[in-house]
Design a protein around this ligand. Structure first.
Ligand code: DP6
Length: 330
């Protein structure tokens, strides 16, 4: 419950954050309350896939949250309220308005950009002046991958050692301008809900005989992916990213019962990307906790890749993104 200060108190801020896609995946937590990852991860922040959020604190009875003009209730609202407790001034309540620039119906994850924008807007509205590291730690509490959306370009989220989580934040490896990669998002369907990533990764960790081996791949892949990004080595990044994605999904598929995010189109598109690569196009795929396929390519090969998938029978919708900036105040 929230008691009030005077009505004249205005504590309000707006922020913008962009989604990101992992090249070395995050899949599993060593601490579920603090969202501490079992291993590090590396991602590219995406321009164009944006969340804009305005937060206002005031003397209201309860928090209200609107996402794309729709009121959030139940568990979703409770999760945001709990997150807001981390920055809430006194007992004030919040009014949160958030919009995504990308179709939520497409089933693309918006929790990364969503919690990054919320962390920045809410901390600013509360009058806190957080460092980029503290902001990343805060965003992480909402959703692990949101830690990386505080940062632009290519991000590394450190596993960290401390039990309080203060050393598990994301940092920029290189800025967006460093490497003109493109990410072509192939939406395979606008269908039923997937197993949420939190649930999928917890279940994998608890029951998959491959979970420990999955973590070993991450520890091997981190340095290689970092170097590939620094050196703009597309072939090396392709090998590591596809390997990391498939190892993550293999660990999930081996969970009991299985967590299978792919549909028939997902697998069809995996093969298409491999065919396209044999034909000489620079491309590799990655897949998150859903059936959509994200194809990374170079600026040079973008048109060819786009043309190949534009009217493909397994593609419902196609979006293109390039490296984007970190979270910003509006
Ligand atoms: C497959 O960040 O959505 O996209 O921390 O539980 O909110 P929570 O999970 P979330 O998981 C993302 C999983 C992934 C891989 C990745 O982005 O690294």
């Amino acid at each position: 419950s929230c008691a009030g200060l005077g009505d004249e108190v205005v504590m309000r801020a707006s922020a913008l954050a962009r989604s990101n896609i992992a090249l070395v995946k995050y899949w599993g937590k060593r601490d579920a309350t603090l969202n501490l990852p079992a291993a590090g991860s590396i991602s590219m922040t995406l321009d164009g896939l944006e969340t804009r959020t305005t937060v206002e604190f005031g003397p209201w009875e309860r928090d209200s949250v609107f996402i794309n003009d729709e009121a959030l209730e139940g568990k979703g609202l409770a999760k945001i309220s709990k997150f807001l407790d981390l920055v809430r001034p006194g007992t004030l309540c919040a009014d949160v308005r958030s919009t995504n620039s990308f179709p939520t119906a497409a089933g693309l994850a918006s929790s990364a950009s969503g919690f990054a924008a919320l962390a920045l807007a809410a901390s600013q509205a509360a009058g806190l002046e957080l460092t980029p590291q503290e902001l990343s730690v805060l965003a992480r509490r909402g959703s692990g991958s949101a830690a990386r959306s505080i940062v632009g370009g290519f991000a590394i989220w450190h596993e960290g050692q401390k039990s309080d989580g203060t050393d598990s934040f994301a940092e920029e490896l290189v800025p967006a301008e460093h490497w003109d990669l493109r990410c072509v998002v192939l939406v395979t369907r606008k269908g039923p809900k997937d197993v949420p990533s939190t649930e999928g990764m917890n279940h994998t960790m608890e029951t998959s005989p491959f979970y420990a081996e999955w973590l070993n791949t991450v520890r091997r892949d981190m340095d290689g992916a970092k170097e590939a990004v620094f050196e703009k080595d597309f072939v090396r990044l392709a090998e590591i990213s596809e390997g990391s994605c498939l190892a993550m999904h293999a660990s999930a598929m081996a969970a009991r019962p299985a967590v299978i995010y792919w549909n028939a189109r997902t697998l069809e598109l995996i093969h298409e990307v491999r065919r396209l690569r044999v034909q000489g196009k620079a491309c590799f795929f990655t897949i998150d906790a859903g059936p959509h396929v994200k194809v990374f390519t170079t600026a040079e090969d973008l048109d060819g890749v786009k043309a190949y998938f534009q009217d493909h029978p397994s593609v419902e919708d196609l979006l293109v993104a390039k490296p984007g900036q970190g979270a910003e105040l509006l």
